[in-house]
Design a binder for this molecule. Structure first.
Ligand code: IMP
Length: 179
């Protein structure tokens, strides 16, 4: 289906993202130092660029795994159902786990995923989101670490898509419709 035409206005530069990722890695390092293994779980697909940059800043024994959750809205209800489409390959019982997400928006996805993973009894379960849109929250959820709080705008780039496009932009940009 063709889209309305749009342009992308830069909101967070590649340089600012890189500096923030370095700072976040320092906080994660502090929290997990001494771990025998940190399982870093990327939520597909939006976190793939963030997780790639983040793990390369971590001087810890790291294992990388992925999980895919899909959320879909029902226009007649405010509640949203989240389904696990692809589960982890590895075990996390008794492990240190960090879940990596691109954006916390309504909060349903990360709230559900952390509940789901908690049932496997990880030793420690933390969450990190590159972006947070607090104005959109529907459930009480806050990631352990957040890269940037942003206003209620639709954003793309650095792994984040608009109908599967624009994931490859090196910066975060805001979608502005022109027609
Ligand atoms: P939540 O369950 O509403 O917190 O959903 C978070 C998910 O919604 C993110 O992982 C994104 O896939 C998607 N999302 C939320 N806001 C945006 C946006 O501005 N651009 C692209 N995807 C978004």
């Amino acid at each position: 289906m063709p889209h309305r035409p749009y342009v992308i206005d830069e909101m967070i530069s590649a340089k600012s993202i890189a500096a923030r990722v370095e700072g976040l890695a320092r906080d994660i390092h502090e929290d997990f130092k001494g771990t025998d293994k940190l399982v870093v779980v990327g939520l597909l697909r939006g976190s793939f660029v963030f997780i790639a940059d983040l793990v390369r800043e971590l001087d810890l024994p790291v294992e990388v795994d992925f999980l895919e959750a899909s959320s879909y809205g029902d226009s007649t209800e405010s509640s949203r159902e989240v389904r696990i489409l692809k589960d982890l390959r590895g075990q996390i019982e008794g492990r240190d786990v960090l879940v990596v997400e691109d954006i916390v928006d309504t909060g349903h996805t990360l709230a559900h995923v952390t509940d789901y993973l908690s049932t496997r009894h990880p030793r420690k379960l933390r969450t990190i989101a590159l972006l947070d849109k607090p104005a959109r929250r529907e459930v009480d959820f806050k990631a352990t670490w957040t890269g940037f709080e942003i206003p209620d705008e639709f954003v793309v780039g650095y792994g984040i898509d608009f109908a599967q496009r624009n994931r490859n932009l090196p910066f975060i940009g805001k979608v502005r419709f022109t027609g």
